[in-house]
Design a protein around this ligand. Structure first.
Ligand SMILES: [Zn+2]
Ligand SMILES: [Zn+2]
Length: 214
């Protein structure tokens, strides 16, 4: 018996999978974490549920689906989405009702999830619970915020300036300057040889700071 992990989508034997304590669906072990509240290693949570517990949502659970359909409406009239894909879009798991009850997919604006695709201008046209997918049909074109986008596009295209990598070989003048500087430093060092502790402050300097007039 094999099943698909609801998060990463890998298909594997169900014996390698665990059931999430919250949504009761099967996931691979990589996509699960022990429940922090209980610390019980047998009470595993899927990463979707774990993140929901840590940071409860403030926007609609299905905003990701709405956004996706709005985006697709620019290119197509029909979109087929697997339930696993929708899980990915909404960053959560569809409820069990979505897998069991075709009525869950009805285009009733009273339900939070249907509102998501209706707001985007789409309707659920066909649902296949056995194969786990739904087909959405675009029913209206939203008054898109195209004006803003058009303004952006009317600007002339300016290519990104290309930065040529600087030659790693220093120029001859630069090299000779550096060489001269090194020579200078060497000469200075050899002149200061008798003095110990080059880094120590010369006494005249400290006296100057001490006797600063106020
Ligand atoms: Zn997984
Ligand atoms: Zn879960």
């Amino acid at each position: 018996m094999k099943d698909e992990c609801g998060i990463c989508g890998r298909v594997m034997r169900t014996t390698y999978m665990r059931q999430c304590q919250r949504c009761k669906k099967l996931f691979c072990r990589d996509c699960m974490t022990p429940d922090v509240a209980t610390g019980d290693p047998n009470a595993m949570l899927c990463l979707h549920c774990a993140s929901r517990i840590v940071s409860p949502r403030t926007v609609s659970k299905y905003a990701g689906l709405e956004g996706h359909l709005k985006f697709r409406s620019a290119f197509t009239d029909t979109v087929k989405l697997t339930f696993a894909r929708i899980d990915g879009l909404i960053g959560s798991n569809l409820p069990m009702a979505a897998y069991r009850d075709p009525l869950w997919w009805s285009n009733a604006s009273s339900s939070e999830h249907a509102k998501a695709w209706l707001n985007a201008g789409w309707e659920a046209q066909e649902v296949n619970l056995k194969e786990g997918y739904v087909v959405f049909k675009k029913v209206r074109v939203l008054p898109r915020k195209a004006k803003k986008k058009k303004l952006e596009i009317t600007q002339p295209f300016t290519p990104v300036p290309v930065h040529r990598p600087r030659s790693k070989v220093p120029s001859k003048t630069k090299a000779s300057k550096l060489y001269a500087r090194i020579k200078n430093l060497e000469r200075q060092r050899s002149m200061q040889q008798p003095i110990r502790g080059l880094k120590g402050r010369p006494p005249s300097r400290s006296r100057l700071t001490d006797n600063k007039p106020q």
